[in-house]
Each structure stands twice: as C-alpha cells, then as structure tokens.
Design a protein around this ligand. Structure first.
Ligand code: FRU
Length: 499
C-alpha cells in the first residue's frame, strides 16, 4: 500500500507516485476542472472527482446493475478507502449514488474499507469486504514502509433495494489468517455458492513461497472454517520489499465458472493473471491447466459478476500512468474499464470482448479498405472505436496515433515473430493459423483499450492527444490487406462527469 505498490500507476511512465493512508491535500484552485479537462475519459465510468481504484461488489439487483469501487472522497490520490457507488440499467450509462461504505471510527475498518464482493444471501444483498485498522504488532497483516494494519473480513447487509444503505456487522467474520501462517497480506474476499454452502477465496501469500488464495467454507457467511489454499503460486525469486511487487501476495482473487471451465484471476507483480483449470467439487481443489496475462497494460484488480442473462462480466481498474503531482492537480484519477464478457475457448484460454451494450454509444460509422504500406485513416476524434479486420495473409500491422503528425501512441503487431508491442511493453502474439485477425481500439481521451482477437488486450494511457490534431496511421506489411470501420462513441453524460 505504500509508494512502490501504487507506483505501478507509473508502469508506462515514470510516476513518482506516493500514497499513504494519510489524507492528501485538496486540489489547488487553479487546476483544470474534471468537467473541462480534455484528457478525462467520457464513456468510461469514474467518480465525478478524486481517486478511484478497484471495482468492488458488482451485482444486478431488482432491475439495476450496481457497481461499487474503491474511492478516496477527499483527493485524487490513494488513501482513506471508501466504497463509491454507481447504478445503471445497461452497464454503460451510470448514475452516481452516495458513498455505500465508509470507515467506522473505532471499528475494524477504521482505516479503510478495502476491496470485496457482493452476494445475495437469503434475499438480501450482502457485502463481504476487507476492513483495515491500526493494530498491535502481532495482529498486523499488512506491513510495509507506510502501513502497519490488521486486515479482517467484514460483512454488511443492504437495508434497501437501491442498495443505498448498508448495515455493518460490528465484528469481523474472519478475524485473522489461518494459524501458523505468516502472511504477506489477507484481503479481497471472493465468495461463491456451492450445493453444500458458501465458499470464499481470500488473497494472501507468504514471503519466498509465492502468493495464494486461501479457501474457506461457511453455511451462513458469518462463521467460516479454513480449508486449504485454493491455489498456490511459486516462489518468484524476487526480493522486492513489497510482497505485491515480488509476487508473494495475490490481490483480488476472482474465482468463477464460465463455459464449463473454472477460472481464477488474481493481481500481483503489477499484472493480472488468469488461470483456467479443473475445480474438484468434492475436494475443493483447483488444478490449473493454463495461465496467461489478462491485459498487458494499465489494468488491475478486476472483478467479475454474473449478469442475469448468464454472461460473466468483468470490470477492471484503469490506473493513471502519469506522475502523481499531475493527476492530483487534475482532481481525478483512475477509471473503470469497459465491461468485458468473459469466456474460455477450446484451447482453455480466457477470452474477452467488450459487452454489446457499448454499441449503444456508436454514432454513424465510416468504413474503408486497407492495403500494404502506410495509410492515414480520417479519424481525428478523441472518443471513438476503430476496428481493423486483417486478411489471413497479413503478417504485421502498426497502428500509430499522430498528434500534429508526430507519433504519440503506437501498437505494433508482428505475427511473423509472434510479438506485439505497445508503449514499451512487449507481449507474445498467438499464432493465427491463417485466420483473419481483428484489432479493436476504444479511444477515450487519455484511455486506450486495445483488443487483439478475443484473447489479448492491452490498455494504455496517453496524455498528449488533443482534439482535432490527431490522426490514425495504419501500416500493414506489403502483402497485407483488410478493412477498417470507425465509429464515434458518445459521452455517457452531458457534463463530462460520467454520470
Ligand atoms: C488492489 C488493492 C487491494 C486492496 C485495495 C485497497 O489494488 O491493493 O488489494 O483491497 O486495492 O485500495
């Protein structure tokens, strides 16, 4: 929770980020306002002001989607975590609601309401989340340079059908990690229901042994029995001071079944891993068969939920990658990714595509063809979706956003060498076996969510784009060809405050 962990916000830039639980300075008066800042996204959900990080407790209840998220209501830097709340009928257009969870002075969440999940228990939406408080050294589970905190798992029950009021249980439902474990952390509970009761994965790990997700069982969400690790990582050999950086602490485990397979997501080493595999419902052991990286860029701590139509929808946090001084002055930091529909393909890979609801934002499309060499597409908008359909024989494609004719952002895809590159990040490109490739880009001011087929994604931030000065240049190898489609995407609110 201290500086280096949050400074992966600088994973694509050199952010000298500094975070602590202390409250930060308010935005200086001469800063741009969120409503007139051209770098602020217009169709990605985010609070009207200040800092957000992880999505928390997504749930569909009585006709509405509810999304909660880590919020610092005082400043655009991490600290004093609350749960913000937004409500929607389509997962795209949102209304901001009052804060759902705030720290209770003197309570087990007095220093912050950390991430968690929502389930329906006996007809009542219920949160299970991690509370943090200052504690005696023997009870501390989160220790780094800036923080010495005890993490416990807490319950809160909705008191109304709009999920505006929540009643907390005063005592933790899990007060300490399993006896004998010297944990690197103990947080971000993920519950699910099986025929014989509730199960819960909690993010944790041990120094030098790798991260893990600890598995618990309960009949009533209130009394929990520890079983064993649901999944266990490997020692990474890294000696980074922060166990999240060294891979010895897994944050935000998310465990679910999709397309008849089980999937575990977790966040560590500044990355989000997916693992598909077999879950034995008798022994409650998860045996991974395949692993990958969910998004190669600025994307962290995702959380999924089951939509009423059976789709498994994933939300992720898109952090800032510029220096803290800049985002603190801007008065806003972080946004939610677009909703991604998850699946598992025949090769056991996690697949994702942006939910069809996002198509509602589309304006009139433009279309054209692509041939070998460089060409400029007439796309000077800061908020748009671009799809390239590349013919099977296309070997390479480079997408370049130019600002006043100079490259500001670049995505290189080379299927010959099997590598992709974007903003100094390299990643493997799967073999395409003579199949066409689709590349889809969602550009929203400083946010770029890019998808290559349905298995690879890279989300990046670019803070130099300016309206009416940009162009998209696409370069294919000499023999390459394909087609492009572009659609302007509408803002989700009239005042640019995203609700
Ligand atoms: C992940 C995380 C979680 C924690 C929350 C605190 O980004 O560190 O592990 O619950 O953020 O804001």
């Amino acid at each position: 929770m201290r500086i280096p962990r949050r400074s992966f916000l600088g994973l694509l830039a050199s952010a000298a980020a500094s975070t602590s639980l202390r409250r930060a300075q308010a935005t200086p008066p001469d800063s741009p306002t969120p409503a007139n800042d051209p770098l602020r996204p217009e169709f990605h959900l985010m609070p009207q002001h200040n800092w957000m990080n992880d999505p928390n407790g997504p749930i569909f209840w009585k006709g509405n989607y509810h999304l909660f998220y880590q919020l610092n209501p005082h400043a655009a830097v991490w600290g004093d975590m609350h749960w913000g709340h937004a409500i929607s009928t389509d997962m795209i257009h949102w209304r901001h609601e009052p804060i759902a969870l705030a720290p209770t002075p003197g309570g087990p969440d007095s220093e912050g309401c950390f991430s968690g999940s929502a389930v329906v228990d006996q007809g009542s939406p219920t949160f299970i989340y991690t509370g943090v408080q200052n504690a005696a050294p023997q009870d501390v589970t989160l220790h780094d340079a800036a923080n010495k905190l005890r993490e416990t798992q807490l319950l809160a029950i909705a008191e109304d059908d709009n999920l505006l009021r929540w009643k907390k249980l005063p005592q933790p439902v899990i007060a300490a990690p399993p006896a004998g474990m010297n944990v690197t952390g103990f947080r971000d509970p993920c519950p699910w229901r099986e025929a014989d009761g509730w199960y819960l994965a909690v993010g944790s790990g041990e120094r030098g042994k790798g991260g893990c997700a600890l598995l618990y069982r309960s009949q009533d969400l209130r009394h929990w029995e520890y079983l064993h690790p649901l999944a266990q990582g490997q020692p990474t050999g890294s000696t980074a001071a922060d166990p999240v950086d060294s891979g010895d602490m897994w944050e935000c485990p998310d465990f679910f079944e999709v397309d008849g397979r089980h999937c575990l997501l977790y966040s560590t080493e500044r990355k989000v891993y997916w693992t598909t595999g077999d879950y034995d419902r008798r022994t409650h052991r998860f045996t991974p068969t395949r692993q990958g990286i969910l998004d190669y860029g600025a994307y962290y701590a995702p959380k999924s939920f089951l939509a009423p139509d059976g789709r498994r929808i994933l939300w992720g946090w898109i952090p800032e990658t510029r220096p803290q001084a800049e985002y603190a002055a801007a008065g806003w930091a972080g946004c939610m990714s677009l909703p991604r529909v998850l699946g598992v393909n025949a090769e056991d890979q996690l697949t994702m595509r942006v939910a069809a609801e996002a198509e509602k934002l589309r304006g009139t499309p433009m279309r054209g063809t692509l041939k070998g060499g460089a060409q400029n597409l007439p796309l000077d908008l800061l908020h748009q979706e671009v799809a390239l359909n590349l013919a099977p024989h296309t070997q390479s494609a480079t997408l370049r956003l130019l600002v006043d004719k100079k490259p500001a952002w670049e995505l290189l895809l080379d299927w010959r060498s099997g590598t992709g590159r974007c903003a100094d990040r390299s990643f493997p490109l799967p073999a395409r076996a003579a199949a066409p490739a689709q590349v889809r880009l969602y550009l929203d001011a400083s946010v770029l969510e890019a998808f290559i087929g349905d298995t690879d994604a890279i989300t990046t931030r670019c803070y130099t784009l300016r309206p009416s000065h940009i162009a998209l240049e696409v370069t294919l190898d000499a023999a390459g060809s394909g087609a492009w489609t572009q659609c302007p995407l509408a803002a989700i609110s009239p005042d640019r405050l995203t609700a």
